[in-house]
Design a protein around this ligand. Structure first.
Ligand SMILES: Cc1cc2nc3c(=O)[nH]c(=O)nc-3n(C[C@H](O)[C@H](O)[C@H](O)COP(=O)(O)O)c2cc1C
Length: 325
């Protein structure tokens, strides 16, 4: 399958693995890229730019195919060393960056001068248009279904994708709620040039997370996610567990008086305990509604091959047949 996204990134299949905190290590990025998609290392999971440089080098050892790095621009006062992370990316010869969170404009010149293609992840058409205006090469349009931060507009992909198609000139991929060939074909029909998946890629053999995390996704249904931190305008979709229910009870009780300090126990520093140690009740962790469509733990290659072959059948047989009847 050839789209503007496969051409832009030099990949075989229009499937991207989104950056994921404590999941997007070199093992997963390389497995996705080796399977013909675009794997992405999560920059900020690496504590320093030097650690990111090492992770990029490890990924180069595991694949000759293109892979990317995610840089998430966080809404916090004490920023990580973003210039250092950008330098590690450029010096490491990475050719694709997925930006997310705040506006990446300040770092675009350094990336563009080094020939890095930038795909910005956004949850609103106005943000996608801004990304286009400041010179991003593509956008990842993240609907309300998504695991992680869906923004505050709550527009699901059935509306958001065609809206993006109506407005954008640069290519975009769908993101949020994507799991299989049906997701890919529907995304293409709505004007996207590929799809980005997060939660689906956690439940793969190569994802370097504890088996408990993969099993929790397989066991979950589409009813099992919750939105947290809404009162802080930093909404996150997470899988429910006792820590999340405790957090939501605090939100209800404190209302507008809720501060980040009130929920530290449930959100701060919990990712290593969940993802590496498999302590599933340690706190809140991002997970999409798409868990309801995930029933197995294949290799990345099995997953991507299955999506591509079923997508071909869907397009040529099911949709083709509809036309003939
Ligand atoms: C566990 C987890 C951690 C994530 N961490 C990040 C992150 O650090 N930066 C980022 O830009 N997106 C992050 N995301 C969002 C994903 O990149 C992707 O946009 C999202 O998962 C898409 O929705 P889906 O889960 O329905 O596929 C995370 C998602 C999950 C599930």
């Amino acid at each position: 399958m050839k789209t503007r996204i496969t051409e832009l990134f030099g990949i075989e299949h229009p499937i991207i693995q989104g950056g994921m905190h404590y999941v997007g290590f070199a093992e997963l990025a390389a497995a996705v890229s080796n399977a013909g998609g675009l794997g992405i290392i999560t920059g900020l999971t690496q504590k320093t730019p030097g650690d990111l440089a090492n992770e990029i080098a490890r990924c180069h050892d595991m694949t000759d195919k293109p892979f990317g790095v995610n840089i998430t621009f966080l809404p916090i006062v004490q920023s990580p060393d973003y210039p250092g992370y950008v330098k590690a990316i450029v010096d490491g010869g990475v050719k694709v960056v997925e930006t997310a969170g705040n506006n990446p404009q300040e770092y675009l010149p350094a990336l563009k001068d080094a020939g890095v293609k930038v795909i910005h992840k956004c949850t609103a058409v106005r943000h996608a248009l801004k990304a286009q205006r400041i010179g991003c090469d593509a956008v990842s349009v993240d609907g309300f279904e998504c695991g992680g931060h869906p923004g505050e507009d709550d527009i699901p992909n059935m509306i958001l994708l065609p809206r993006a198609a109506d407005e954008l000139e640069i290519p975009f991929v769908s993101s949020g709620g994507m799991a299989d060939a049906r997701s890919l074909v529907a995304s293409l029909a709505m004007g996207a040039e590929g799809m980005n998946m997060g939660t689906r890629f956690i439940a793969t053999r190569e994802a370097p997370v504890h088996e408990n995390v993969k099993q929790a996704i397989v066991d979950a249904s589409e009813l099992d996610t919750r939105l947290i931190m809404r009162p802080l305008r930093n909404t996150e979709r997470v899988l429910t567990n006792p820590a999340v229910e405790r957090l939501l009870a605090k939100e209800k009780e404190l209302g507008e008086n809720l501060g980040f300090g009130d929920i530290m126990d449930e959100v701060a520093g919990v990712y290593p305990r969940i993802m590496s140690e498999g302590d599933m009740d340690a706190g809140a962790w991002s997970c999409g509604m798409v868990a309801g469509l995930i029933h197995d733990i294949p290799t990345c290659k099995e997953l991507i091959d299955r999506i591509m072959s079923e997508a071909e059948t869907l397009i040529s047989s099911r949709l083709g047949n509809v036309l003939q009847n």
